[in-house]
Design a protein around this ligand. Structure first.
Ligand code: TUI
Length: 309
């Protein structure tokens, strides 16, 4: 089955479930445009997530999903909310949804965990998930170590369930590249941050619009790396690295910084999570236009490829 048949959508494009950024408005707009919109639950309490789901249900009759962040203190409650509200699909991040799969299946909810390694992909496939989102380190936020180009085909070869590619996908060329690697669709976050319907602070969108190719950096320690746009905060992280600061100091500096960027628009000391394709995003445009452009470019890319054979 292709991704559109699995999810009941028109185009094989899933919007990333970005905490503090992917609200009901964005998710509904992406679903209305023919993709799969996702509400990012992040660390939000269950009642906030329930309200967001209800809001999206009012804005669209099409399927949409919720991203469940497994480091959240509310994971159990969020799982109950998505079941009670009959959400079509969940994507998951930062943890193993294994113990919830039976319960979610019973409620007819599809589960697509985000993974950044082959070992984890194999483990989750054994747990009976519906598909995997293979996320390369070009993406924004918490990243693994492999690039999309290297990760996607390795995961495709290692499991026998559908794989969706994420990280570094901006347009129709990226979509076709992902499909060529064996993925059945793409997940895109950064491009949708600059959708008209995205409620993130204007200054966050401006930072993405201004970004050039080398303006995102990895900050963090011990393999916990977060891709963000360079600013005063990333320079403060550099300083921690240079004096070999403790993990606690890194945690302290990073705490709450995504919210202050996304909600308050503090783009100096906030964490402006964005992928490497930020440099390609040059305008704010409706989700419908973004998706239509990607699909028509994808079709053209396929035609252009004929000349090589
Ligand atoms: O989750 C992400 N990316 C993120 S999370 C985030 S920050 C945030 N801040 C406040 C609230 C909520 C979120 C920014 N970016 N990507 C998905 C992803 N998950 N990539 C890799 C994984 C992953 C890692 C470990 C999945 C499972 C896993 O399991 C460990 C185990 O063995 O159980």
């Amino acid at each position: 089955m292709n991704l559109c048949e699995i999810l009941g959508i028109k185009y094989p494009i899933i919007q990333g479930g970005m905490a503090w950024i992917a609200t009901a408005e964005l998710a509904a707009a992406v679903s209305e445009a023919g993709g799969l919109g996702i509400i990012g639950a992040g660390n939000a309490p269950p009642e906030v997530v329930r309200d967001q789901i209800k809001k999206a249900q009012k804005l669209t009759n099409k399927p949409f999903g919720v991203n469940v962040y497994y480091m959240s203190p509310f994971v159990e409650d969020i799982i109950n909310v998505v079941i009670e509200e009959k959400v079509a699909v969940i994507t998951t991040g930062a943890g193993n949804p294994g113990k919830h799969i039976a319960k979610l299946k019973e409620a007819d909810i599809k589960v697509f965990p985000v993974v950044s390694s082959v070992a984890l992909a194999k483990r989750l496939a054994r747990n009976g998930v519906d598909g995997l989102i293979a996320e390369g380190m070009e993406c924004g936020g918490h990243v693994g170590e492999l690039t999309t180009m290297a990760l996607v085909p390795q995961i495709v070869d290692a499991v026998d369930i559908p794989v969706i590619a994420a990280g570094g996908v901006y347009d129709g060329r990226g979509l076709i590249a992902a499909l060529s690697l064996g993925a059945i669709g793409v997940q895109m976050g950064t491009r949708f941050v600059c959708a008209t319907e995205c409620t993130v602070h204007e200054k966050y969108k401006e930072a993405i619009l201004k970004a050039k190719d080398r303006d995102t950096v990895l900050t963090g320690y011990n393999g916990h790396h977060v891709r963000v746009i360079k600013n005063k905060l990333t320079r403060a992280f550099d300083e921690l690295v240079s004096r070999n600061a403790s993990p606690e100091e890194f945690e302290k500096l990073g705490a709450g910084k995504l919210r202050i960027a996304a909600v308050e628009g503090d783009i100096a000391m906030g964490s402006i999570m964005a992928g490497q394709i930020a440099a390609m995003v040059t305008k704010v445009q409706p989700a419908q236009q973004i998706i239509d452009e990607i699909i028509s470019e994808g079709k053209q890319t396929l035609l252009d490829l004929q000349k090589f054979f």
